[in-house]
Design a protein around this ligand. Structure first.
Ligand code: AMP
Length: 613
């Protein structure tokens, strides 16, 4: 029988792996320009025969100059035709010479449905490589993490099949279900409190319950806690608030509550579970205290940091996380998407407002479209494919970005996206060797977001228009509206402020509730999934405000320097004094009485192929 590695030998192996990872980062950032050139060449050479490149006349060229001259910069809408063909079963090499293994469903939407990103088998290896860089980086700042466990709340989501038979699911669901995750080799850095079975359980309640139970049972071993996004981690804490008595009962008695019916989950948890009344009493005392300030450090006393993304719209949760964690470092480790994994944070203990990500030059070929911000307002390039010749010329390569400037990220990937606009705005914050490091500024056009939902002003406006139709039979009409997210509730929810003009007929409350529901029904499928399946978004609220409120809003803006001629009511507000002004003039409020409709997959796909749960 092979001997288990002796402790010192095991330590050496860990050190060696860490060293290799850091060396890799150093190498590819030092040679960023050559690496990028090579990556583009490789992508274009192996895909020389694909229809898309041929259609644009690339003619087998693999050099950057011809590529930039011939290939257009595109958005998802430009690829819809090709993507629909693949979804409907066309297996010819349309975008990529390798077979499309599945679609990754992005939280970005098009026509109200998740965007479908084609991917190939080998991309899993690339994603896995990016993950393998995270702990070696972290270890430089917080040593000893190999001596304990990570309590991460990770979930899979439902998947669907396209009419052509390809699986369509979110990128993390794909990753967690892959052998890269399930059969990961023993590594002291990827030991989690959650057994794989609990992460892979499709029922979100059972998954959360069992992961929380396992996390509590191993509380003293936990050195770091986290989830992918801040919203997910807060959801876990709120779950604990609602379920701690049940969880403590299970810990005391060595049982698993009957709501967890999945036998594989039960079996996996039973391997960890032993009756422990001392631990149960400890948790009951802590959770029973009136204040939950610092609950993370109280229940998991050896925790060194909270590993969650708090950049972008997730920054709205920083205060809550600080409260629950007693100010532990909030660590954003990576920046990634369904299209491609981009980069890592090489200075993970930096403050959330200073987080910057170093794009790893081997992940894809990156280009950058400059954007201008004046008075805090971003001037974006036209959404359509047809960037002007001048705009086309403005795209720069990874090593040519300028410190302090903002850019829209454009990628060319191994899976068949060429000069594709991801939709994220980044600002150059510094350099690691020759490779730039970026602050994540925002996702273009996102007005409202609670979890992974991203609602833009156009969608919101059309949803409001649909909803306001309910007012016409009452001789009433919507004069103005704006919106915000309210994350003080559990879970957070969208709030619409409506100023309504009506004759003397009063409008019964159920009509406004219908308005709320119609609004929700009109929003995109990621929003509706958050409401129905993930339960990460609460019922939408309409707050009616006194007549004249939007005039007051304009007065406020004008007093603060806005031009009367150009003033338009903002469709979304974030500034606290404005929200206070609106709230001070609310006359009544209404909530959506039930969940909107949502089914996995795209609305145009036939429903009998759905592979729900
Ligand atoms: P998806 O297409 O659903 O995989 O979402 C990817 C998008 O999530 C990215 O394009 C970003 O807009 C956002 N995102 C991913 N990582 C981060 C991060 N570290 N900070 C801020 N936003 C992020």
């Amino acid at each position: 029988m092979p001997e288990a590695p002796k402790e010192s030998h095991a330590n050496c192996l860990v050190d060696e792996k860490n060293e290799q990872a850091l060396q890799f980062i150093d190498d590819v950032t030092n040679k960023a320009e050559e690496v990028q050139k090579r990556i583009l060449k490789e992508i274009l050479a192996r895909n020389a025969n694909v229809e898309y490149l041929q259609k644009h006349g690339l003619n087998g060229h693999t050099d950057r100059e011809t590529f930039k001259m011939v290939m257009p910069v595109v958005t998802y809408e430009d690829l819809r035709g090709d993507i629909d063909r693949i979804a409907n079963g066309d297996t010819s090499p349309l975008l990529c010479s390798q077979p499309i293994s599945e679609f990754l469903t992005s939280s970005g939407t098009s026509g109200g449905e998740r965007k479908l990103m084609p991917t190939i088998e080998e991309e899993l290896g690339r994603r896995s490589q990016l993950y393998s860089l995270l702990m070696p980086v972290m270890n430089q700042f917080v040593p000893g993490l190999d001596k304990g466990k990570g309590m991460y709340f990770l979930f899979i989501k439902s998947e669907a099949k396209t009419p052509g038979g390809l699986v369509a699911r979110p990128v993390l669901t794909s990753y967690y279900k892959s052998s890269y995750f399930k059969n990961r080799p023993h590594d002291p850095y990827t030991i989690y409190t959650s057994p794989n079975e609990t992460i892979l359980c499709p029922d979100s309640y059972q998954s959360m319950y069992s992961q929380m139970l396992c996390g509590l049972l191993q509380n003293n071993e936990v050195l770091r806690v986290g989830a992918v996004f801040a919203s997910g981690f807060i959801r876990a804490i709120r779950f604990l608030e609602e379920n701690w008595k049940l969880l403590c009962n299970d810990i005391r008695n060595g049982t698993i509550c009957p709501e967890v019916t999945d036998q594989t989950v039960r079996d996996a948890v039973m391997k960890i579970l032993k009756p422990n009344s001392k631990l149960a009493t400890f948790i009951e005392i802590e959770c029973g205290k009136q204040s939950w300030k610092g609950i993370i450090t109280r229940l998991w006393p050896n925790t060194k940091y909270v590993d969650v993304i708090v950049t972008g719209t997730m920054s709205q949760y920083i205060q809550t996380l600080d409260y629950y964690s007693n100010g532990l470092p909030l660590v954003c480790t990576m920046y990634a998407s369904s299209e491609c994994y981009f980069g890592v944070n090489l200075n993970p203990l930096s403050k959330p407002s200073e987080v910057c990500y170093t794009l790893i030059p081997t992940m894809a070929y990156f280009e950058f479209l400059p954007v201008n911000r004046e008075n805090g307002v971003t001037t974006l390039h036209s959404e359509s494919t047809n960037l002007s010749a001048k705009e086309h010329h403005e795209l720069v390569d990874l090593v040519d970005v300028e410190l302090g400037r903002e850019y829209e990220l454009v990628v060319t990937t191994y899976a068949g996206l060429y000069r594709y606009r991801v939709g994220d705005i980044l600002r150059v914050a510094g350099f690691k060797n020759k490779a730039p490091q970026f602050n994540f500024i925002c996702r273009k056009n996102v007005a409202l977001s609670i979890d992974s939902d991203k609602t833009d002003e156009v969608e919101l406006h059309s949803a409001v228009k649909n909803a306001a139709n309910h007012l016409s039979p009452f001789d009433a009409c919507l004069i103005e509206y704006t919106s915000c997210v309210d994350t003080s509730t559990t879970p957070g929810h969208y709030v619409l402020y409506w100023e309504v003009a009506h004759s003397n007929t009063s409008i019964p409350p159920p009509i406004y509730e219908d308005c709320c529901l119609t609004l929700e029904e009109s929003l995109n499928s990621v929003y509706r999934q958050g409401r129905v399946s993930d339960k990460s978004i609460g019922p939408l609220e309409i707050k009616l405000v006194e007549n004249g409120t939007f005039d007051k809003l304009m007065d406020y803006a004008v007093t603060n320097g806005a031009s009367i001629n150009q003033y338009k009511a903002p469709r979304c507000v974030k500034f606290a004094p404005i929200i206070e002004l609106l709230n001070s003039r609310v006359v009544s409020s209404y909530f959506s009485p039930k969940c909107p409709k949502w089914i996995p997959g795209h609305k145009q796909w036939c429903t009998n192929d759905f592979n729900q749960k």
